[in-house]
Ligand binder design. Structure first.
Ligand SMILES: [Zn+2]
Length: 309
């Protein structure tokens, strides 16, 4: 058993506390993802080989050349509110471009309950952006109609992100992986009167602040948690996979603007390395979150510091 294996066996992080706030991970998917070069076209074999002591097998499977990934929500419970950050893939969604997302029937709501919330208890839903794997559980299918899953929640939608994906606009730029997403996972929330359009800087519960993180999408956001002198950053898809820590120049094929996305990623990671705060991305496989150190090896930029066991 190498060092990484013993760490992961000892510390499957599903729940943590920051000050008086509890955070639980609610899983919709954990396992093989896209081929490495399918996600990051510039990924070279020497990159994962140089990192294989910690990258394999938890984050990368050399036999299949596939990334290992997670798709999860974060349930944030403050003394006053229950807040869901990102809404995963959802059930029964027609997603012809990705078999992993298509017509699922997963017990995510049961996992949410196990994490500590009935859907009716969620006060706020915050989506870092509107990609199919971040808005799916916004709605569920009831008697053939898409209705908000969280009937007592206010859904906080970034105005610029809403405008990017509003397919009713004449300047709408389609993306194949987003087919049907606005219509089945965003618009029904608006029609139910539960959407609030917000801008950067919006604060929820005086502990969470929405910050701009453009590039992956125009309205992409990170969400900063401040509680009892501690901080954490829900970083969404600013960084998809730990291979982007040594090599942040690897850009995802899903980035609307890869150049801006890289600038945002470097800014977030530089700040995280300087401040020592915890990063909570949406797609890191176990143990799901880390702090950031500056790397000392040539050609590498950052290293993850995983939670202690
Ligand atoms: Zn994503």
């Amino acid at each position: 058993m190498n060092i990484a294996t013993s760490l992961f066996a000892a510390a499957p992080m599903h729940r943590l506390r920051i000050g008086d706030v509890s955070i639980a991970r609610v899983e919709d998917y954990h396992g093989p993802g896209l081929p490495g070069t399918g996600m990051f076209p510039a990924l070279r074999p020497d990159m994962w080989q140089a990192q294989q002591d910690w990258l394999v097998p938890h984050f990368y499977d050399p036999a299949s050349s596939r990334l290992r990934t997670s798709i999860h929500s974060w349930l944030v419970v403050t003394p006053r509110h229950k807040i869901l950050i990102d809404a995963c893939i959802g059930n029964h969604k027609n997603r012809p471009s990705d078999p992993r997302f298509h017509m699922r029937d997963e017990p995510w709501l049961e996992r949410l309950a196990a994490a500590g919330a009935h859907p009716d208890e969620i006060d706020f839903v915050m989506c870092t952006h509107f990609h199919a794997d971040h808005v799916g559980w916004n709605t569920r299918l009831v008697d053939g109609r898409w209705v908000p899953t969280f009937r007592n929640a206010r859904y906080l939608f970034k105005r610029d992100e809403f405008d990017r994906w509003d397919e009713r606009r004449p300047d709408y730029v389609p993306r194949e992986s987003q087919r049907f997403v606005f219509g089945d996972s965003v618009l029904p929330v608006v029609e139910a009167g539960q959407a609030i359009l917000i801008d950067d800087g919006y604060a929820v519960d005086d502990r969470l602040t929405v910050e701009p993180a453009p590039g992956h999408t125009p309205g992409n956001a990170t969400i900063r948690l401040r509680a009892a002198g501690e901080q954490a950053l829900f970083s969404g898809d600013v960084i998809h996979h730990p291979i982007q820590l040594p090599y942040p120049e690897l850009c995802s094929v899903f980035d609307d603007d890869p150049v801006q996305g890289l600038a945002t990623r470097l800014a977030v990671l530089d700040a995280a390395a300087a401040s020592g705060i915890l990063l909570l991305p949406t797609h890191f496989a176990a143990p799901f979150c880390c702090r950031i150190d500056v790397a000392h090896a040539a050609g590498e930029r950052y290293r993850p510091r995983w939670p202690a066991g």
